[in-house]
Design a protein around this ligand. Structure first.
Ligand SMILES: [Zn+2]
Length: 451
């Protein structure tokens, strides 16, 4: 392009020089007469006059173009600076939100709103600023307004879910979560939150549908989905039993056990129903299978109940049969120790507890040891020694939530402290994986504002 332009200029310059030479070689005069005026001049002067006139014309045209275009350019520049100021306010507002200064954020949000014609961006800032200053209505208005913008609707819903949960309005939150799920069913927090909310509301079938959708989209792993499905069936089985549909209840419990026999709640649900149905033999088989993968004192109790045995010595033999499926687990030793204690077999009880406790027996073992020594009349000194050890012994296994770490007396499907479904596990603290702090939960109780 540039080379072509230079060539053209060369051609024009060469043509001008040739023209000048041609004119110089052919001198002559021009005479013009008009209304009594007479002009005598040379051809060279006329040529120069024509060139000057053309140059003046071009200059006048450029000047006109510049003048007529100026207002637009000026306005454009002004708009640019307005937008720049707007973005600066927006940035400062977001920085104030990050720093937790709600009042400052609100000030910048108002300015950004005036300067920028981008309601979506400024609404988000306004909502966050309102949340920080505790202005619930303001935040709700901003989130509501975001629902009208296709791009921002999802973010608005997230804000509204968090807001409703903080207000303790679970059902409204559930409604917003359903809308968020319809918009983006592949977003993990949406799937997890909707699932937990549906489970918390006791909408087991709806929770099941959400879980299935989550598994199809690989938001929930197959392994986790299987266990959660089993626990949902445990709840549905309870529901069916309360409604007087005993055979449905049993069918659901059986299906759940087929899916996740490693869940204690699943094993005990099926065994309970089998005992109620008068099928003690089958209940004992269920408990043996469950004990082999996940033993728990409740299962031992159910096993003894199913056996119908009341003779203490024979009960030791029955527990031994159950314990044989998982002989090294602390629960097996504990169950045997308890049965032996009831049968007055102090030596056997002591032996089981010593094996189970090892070098640092947990609280349960120390207390049972104290009881054994007390009932065996081994002397108060020994009893006191064990009770003192219990005070500083390592913590026992208990029902603790894998999501928030809260402890519960009995198993329940929904954690009372963090509302997560299916997170209660029978374990000693710090032994089975890591206990996540509450803020690490995917739950959106925190919404858009920092927790
Ligand atoms: Zn929890």
């Amino acid at each position: 392009m540039t080379t072509l332009r230079i060539l053209i200029w060369f051609a024009i310059a060469a043509a001008a020089m040739l023209a000048a030479v041609w004119l110089a070689e052919r001198p002559g005069t021009l005479t013009a007469e008009w209304q009594g005026w007479r002009l005598d001049t040379s051809v060279g002067v006329v040529a120069i006059a024509i060139v000057v006139l053309i140059l003046l014309g071009v200059a006048a045209w450029l000047l006109w173009r510049w003048i007529s275009g100026a207002p637009g350019a000026l306005l454009e520049g002004w708009g640019d600076s307005r937008r720049r100021r707007g973005y600066r306010e927006l940035t400062q507002g977001l920085a104030a939100v990050a720093a937790g200064d709600g009042a400052e954020a609100q000030k910048h949000a108002r300015k950004a709103e005036q300067l920028l014609a981008e309601p979506a961006l400024t609404l988000l800032l306004s909502a966050q600023a309102a949340q920080l200053t505790g202005d619930r209505d303001g935040a709700r208005r901003a989130f509501d307004a975001m629902l009208k913008d296709q791009q921002m609707a999802f973010l608005g819903l997230r804000g509204l879910i968090g807001q409703s949960l903080r207000d303790g309005d679970q059902m409204t939150a559930l409604g917003y979560a359903e809308r968020a799920f319809a918009l983006r069913p592949q977003t993990p927090w949406v799937v997890h939150s909707l699932f937990d909310m549906q489970a918390q509301a006791g909408h087991w079938k709806a929770a099941q549908d959400t879980l299935d959708a989550g598994m199809r989209r690989k938001v929930v792993t197959a392994d986790k989905g299987r266990a959660l499905k089993a626990l949902l069936e445990v709840e549905r089985s309870r529901e069916a039993e309360h409604a007087g549909r005993a055979s449905d209840a049993l069918a659901l419990a059986r299906e759940a056990f087929g899916l996740a026999p490693e869940r204690i709640a699943v094993t005990s649900r099926l065994a309970e129903l089998q005992i109620k149905a008068g099928d003690a033999k089958r209940a004992m088989k269920t408990l043996e299978r469950g004990w082999a993968v996940a033993p728990h004192p409740d299962l031992a109790e159910l096993y003894l109940r199913a056996s119908g045995e009341s003779d203490p010595l024979k009960r030791v033999g029955i527990v031994r049969r159950l314990a044989a499926g998982n002989p090294d687990d602390i629960e097996s030793h504990l169950a045997l120790a308890k049965a032996s204690l009831d049968a007055g077999l102090w030596g056997e009880a002591r032996r089981q507890l010593e094996t189970a406790g090892g070098t640092s027996p947990p609280v349960r073992i120390c207390r049972l040891m104290a009881e054994v020594e007390e009932r065996a009349n081994a002397g108060q000194a020994k009893v006191h020694e064990w009770l003192a050890r219990a005070a500083t012994a390592p913590a026992d296994r208990s029902w603790s939530c894998t999501a928030c770490g809260a402890h519960h007396e009995t198993w329940r499907s929904v954690c009372e402290s963090c509302s997560a479904f299916g997170t209660l596990q029978w374990r000693a603290p710090g032994t089975y994986g890591q206990i996540l702090p509450p803020e690490a939960r995917p739950a959106i109780a925190a919404g858009l504002s920092p927790p």
